[in-house]
Design a protein around this ligand. Structure first.
Ligand SMILES: C[S@@+](CC[C@H](N)C(=O)[O-])C[C@H]1O[C@@H](n2cnc3c(N)ncnc32)[C@H](O)[C@@H]1O
Length: 218
């Protein structure tokens, strides 16, 4: 069972996982190898979150997806699930050491040719991508969530969806915040900004570490 970041009761979490479809063999092997070979496997999406991303992608049927924070590619493979025939996913990761593992599983998942894997700081790379995004998944450094949002929200398609992970930050957003807790302060600012943005419809889904869902107001 995934023990990371869960804000909900452990028994409820276990029950939810028992009643969520099994992940594919490729995703299962990627999960195992990430746990064996990386220092921070807790950053990985879990089966439930992966299934959620797959379902959102199938609903949106995106032509262009942007992911910030690839890690080992688990969420990349899930997000690509609903890509339209000529669709592409761009995923940005600052740590080049992850490349062999990511590429191995993009290949096994059969999506290598549809994936632009970009290494560097997301803030430096985003301005060079001249695309309109149907699906955006923000899952990189928390201190830049608001910067990412400001850079990207006007490039979200009319029927597109923006997702931002970890917006409840293990519940710290509703506790007293230390003045030097940059991540929590940044997430509070991000959540407040999105809530005040009159151009969008948004909600926080309180599962795992909290997921913000944003779409353009119609
Ligand atoms: C939580 S992990 C991503 C997990 C992945 N999306 C998944 O669900 O399996 C965050 C990743 O963002 C990367 N990252 C952190 N800061 C970044 C930045 N400024 N630009 C690009 N990637 C960054 C980290 O190296 C890490 O691999």
């Amino acid at each position: 069972m995934d023990e990371t970041f869960n804000l909900i009761d452990k028994d409820i979490q276990a029950y939810c996982e028992q009643h969520t479809s099994d992940e594919s063999e490729v995703l299962y092997q990627l999960y195992r190898e990430t746990n064996l070979k990386t220092v921070h496997p807790r950053m990985l999406s879990c089966k439930n979150q992966g299934t959620f991303l797959q379902m959102v992608s199938r609903m949106v049927q995106p032509k262009r997806i942007l992911e910030l924070g690839t890690f080992t590619g688990y969420s990349t493979i899930c997000l690509a699930e609903g890509l339209s025939k000529d669709g592409l996913i761009y995923t940005i990761e600052k740590d080049e050491e992850r490349e062999p593992l990511i590429r191995k599983y993009l290949h096994l998942a059969g999506i290598e040719s549809k994936t632009h894997l970009l290494f560097g700081r997301a803030l430096d790379i985003i301005p060079h991508l001249q695309e309109t995004w149907d699906l955006i998944f923000i899952d990189a450094d928390k201190v830049n969530y608001l910067n990412y949002y400001k850079l990207l929200i006007n490039h979200l398609s009319e029927d597109g969806m923006l997702l931002a992970d970890n917006v409840l930050w293990s519940g710290k957003v509703v506790k007293e915040v230390k003045h030097n807790d940059k991540d929590t302060l940044a997430l509070l600012e991000f959540n407040q900004y999105v809530q005040a943005d009159a151009t969008v419809k948004n909600m926080i889904l309180p599962f795992r570490d909290g997921m913000m869902l944003v779409e353009k107001k119609k």
